[in-house]
Design a protein around this ligand. Structure first.
Ligand SMILES: [Zn+2]
Length: 307
């Protein structure tokens, strides 16, 4: 385990990773039938393996803030294995007409994207900049923003991701390698000369955060989703006077709740959102992480553990 976020937890070297898993129920513990599942049902295991269900955050649907949350692949063995145990209360049912390959990435990336958009309070027709729009989370945010939330999306990413970003519903694609002043001018030109109503930072990059603040129109909201690794770094452009004068909002969004997972799976089952994926075997796990790190992976890699 790399722990690139420097999480203050002790993870055993032998821990099994993985937190977006879909499988079929082959055994049930005592009392688990009260959650509506039965043998043979297809269900999903999310990053949040379980929460307490009783604290103020859980009751409000802010599951990611529960102090007693348990994470799949961190505190408990994750989904990179053929058989996994998980509390029935926190499993997510998979719609019958949705393939497991598409369902799996919805359980973290999709749910996270949906929850971030839900928190944006953006109205249909508003301008939204997505930084990292061609990444695993970014291409889902772009699709959901354009097709489920009615946003006019400006997608920013590496030039190689342009096709995916456009196919995902972005009206405008901007190459992240373009000089930053030129990118700002383009964002402003497209968004009525004012800037975007919402900026969603999906890239795990400090530079993306500091660039993103500049794209906001007065009263705009920046939503942080991507978590840069390495040493914690403040957002360089988030000056208090700017935030006050322009009434900017900087909002973090971590994961989503069980209803968000159900909602995004329903959108996926209806074809409103899908995932760009390639299927790989468990043997390519290390290579897959290397591809993620180098940016070589477009969309998501789904590991087939039954093949
Ligand atoms: Zn709780």
């Amino acid at each position: 385990m790399k722990n690139s976020w420097n999480l203050p937890v002790l993870v055993p070297d032998t821990q099994v990773g993985g937190h977006e898993g879909v499988g079929t129920i082959v055994q049930m513990g005592d009392g688990s039938d009260m959650y509506g599942f039965g043998m043979g049902d297809r269900v999903g295991v999310k990053w949040l393996r379980e929460t307490c269900g009783t604290c103020a955050y859980c009751l409000a649907g802010d599951d990611g803030l529960c102090a007693k949350q348990s994470a799949s692949g961190l505190f408990q063995p994750g989904t990179f294995q053929q058989y996994v145990t998980a509390p029935a209360r926190y499993l997510t049912p998979i719609p019958a007409k949705l393939s497991s390959e598409v369902a799996a990435p919805m359980l973290c990336a999709g749910m996270t994207s949906y929850a971030a958009l839900r928190k944006s309070n953006a109205k249909p027709g508003n301008w939204m900049v997505v930084l990292g729009a061609g990444g695993g989370v970014g291409h889902l945010v772009t699709q959901l923003a354009a097709k489920a939330f009615g946003q006019r999306v400006i997608g920013i990413d590496q030039a190689s991701k342009e096709k995916l970003v456009k196919e995902s519903g972005a009206e405008v694609f901007l190459d992240v390698a373009t000089q930053s002043g030129d990118v700002l001018a383009e964002v402003t030109r497209h968004s009525e000369g004012l800037g975007a109503h919402t900026v969603i930072v999906c890239a795990a990059s400090n530079a993306a955060y500091s660039q993103g603040v500049g794209f906001l129109r007065p009263g705009g909201t920046l939503i942080g989703v991507g978590m840069p690794g390495g040493d914690p770094t403040p957002i360089a452009t988030a000056m208090p006077s700017l935030i006050v004068q322009k009434q900017l909002k900087i909002v973090g969004s971590i994961l989503g709740n069980r209803q968000d997972a159900i909602d995004v799976l329903e959108l996926a089952a209806r074809g409103v959102v899908t995932v760009h994926y390639e299927i790989r075997g468990l043997g390519s796990l290390t290579q897959t992480f290397e591809d993620l790190e180098s940016g070589a992976l477009t969309g998501r890699a789904v590991l087939d553990l039954c093949g």
